[in-house]
Ligand binder design. Structure first.
Ligand code: ZN
Length: 418
């Protein structure tokens, strides 16, 4: 599937430090030490609605991972999927009286536009679920042959993974069974489905139902794949086991990332699926999590349509830490617009406060669990000092603004040049 255009990345002097991030499976901040090419998989959108600020915050957090790795000298292979067949997509198409394929194509195109406007580095592999179905079926066949999966005998053709055969089940989320059951029921699982061996067994394949699209499946059935095996398959077929970072919103901790790992570990008889599971917090509005079901979404495309500079949206979202649940408020955008204007004034000057300490500070802050508020504060201090001494003075360096402009672009992804 087509990705989106890559923004130019300025080259900075020297190299940044080793990145540390919070790994959910270990419950603490750990250094990530890629061997050779750094490998990252971030779960993509289900394209049935436009990109809201919660999505944008997630992709911006992992864009920082990508940028910090590149600045540290790593080649990066970044993979993202598009869940272009799933229950919510079919339900939305049905309720709007629209062809689900047209809906998915339109929203995917809008997502690409939003990501381009926000200057998110594109994935190297952008893979749709539908185009991966033949490969997903091969994986399900293997799980069936190995006895890790079973088909229900109720004539539906539905196939489940037997989690009692997964020794590391629970090691990604570290949730107890009651918590797992609660999230499983809330987030698309079916703990009470008759005929399953274990209540938490996840769906691998859904046999065809009347009126639903279908593809050739395991054991001669027709139907469509479950969500978790989609990501497991795409990750295994692109970056393989033991990749460096599995990313997504915190609502993917369970069941999605747990079961993607269960599937992949059963398929390969190795562990772990990912070396770090990194989760971004939720963006709220009016005291509630921003979500489709609550109808309280702020869309990136709507802000862009209103003439808001995408760089201000980016700065506003990065002004909070990726692991802190936070509210979206008009003040955030106003502050970001003022900050952007001030930074732009400062980098337009021929000379300014020394740039090297800002470069060092921004690198250190971002490598320390993506502390974007700390990085922004370092640039704020530089801009303030530079604008205060715009007529020259002790310590003012020629060319410093140009380096700050480049480092803000390369590391924070905020373009300050016209
Ligand atoms: Zn996923």
């Amino acid at each position: 599937m087509l990705s989106w255009p890559a923004p130019l990345l300025p080259t900075l002097p020297g190299a940044g430090p080793v990145l540390s991030v919070h790994d959910t499976s270990r419950g603490r901040v750990v250094p990530v030490r890629p061997e050779g090419t750094a490998r990252m998989y971030v779960c993509g959108i289900t394209p049935y609605d436009a990109t809201h600020l919660g999505h944008a915050a997630t992709y911006l957090a992992f864009d920082l991972v990508n940028r910090v790795w590149r600045d540290a000298g790593h080649a990066v292979r970044y993979v993202q999927n598009v869940t272009d067949i799933d229950d919510p997509l079919l339900e939305r198409a049905e309720s709007d009286g629209e062809d689900w394929i047209v809906l998915a194509m339109r929203e995917t195109a809008l997502f690409r536009e939003d990501m381009t406007a926000l200057r998110v580095l594109p994935p190297d592999d952008y893979v749709g679920a539908v185009e991966a179905i033949p490969r997903i079926v091969v994986k399900i066949e293997q799980l069936l042959a190995d006895g890790d999966a079973y088909a229900l005998d109720d004539g539906t053709g539905d196939v489940y993974h037997d989690v009692s055969r997964a020794p590391d089940f629970g090691s990604e989320s570290r949730y107890d069974e009651a918590t797992m059951l609660r999230f499983f029921a809330e987030r698309g699982g079916d703990p009470d489905r008759p005929g399953k061996r274990n209540r938490l067994d996840p769906l691998l394949w859904r046999g065809q139902r009347p009126g639903e699209p279908s593809w050739p499946g395991p054991q001669g059935t027709t139907g469509r794949p479950g969500w978790h095996i989609e990501c497991a398959t795409i990750a295994l077929d692109t970056i393989g086991m033991g990749f460096d970072v599995q990313g997504g919103g915190s609502d993917l901790i369970f069941p999605h990332h747990e079961f993607s790992a269960v599937h992949a570990e059963a398929l390969t008889d190795t562990a772990p699926f990912a070396r770090a599971y990194v989760h971004s917090a939720m963006i709220g509005l009016d005291g509630e999590k921003m979500s489709k079901s609550r109808g309280n979404l702020v869309f990136v495309s709507r802000l862009r349509g209103d003439g808001v500079d995408p760089m201000a949206i980016r700065l506003a979202l990065l002004s909070g830490h990726y692991r802190t649940d936070r509210a979206w408020m008009p003040d955030l955008l106003r502050t970001a617009q003022e900050r952007l204007a001030s930074w732009r004034r400062a980098v337009a000057l021929p000379a300014g406060a020394p740039a090297q300490p800002v470069l060092t500070a921004v690198r250190e802050r971002l490598a320390d669990d993506l502390d974007s508020p700390g990085a922004i504060a370092a640039v704020d201090a530089w801009a303030e000092a530079t604008l205060a001494h715009r007529d020259g003075g002790p310590g003012v360096e020629d060319g410093a603004p140009a380096l700050v402009r480049d480092l803000v672009d390369a590391l924070l992804g905020v373009r300050l040049a016209d």
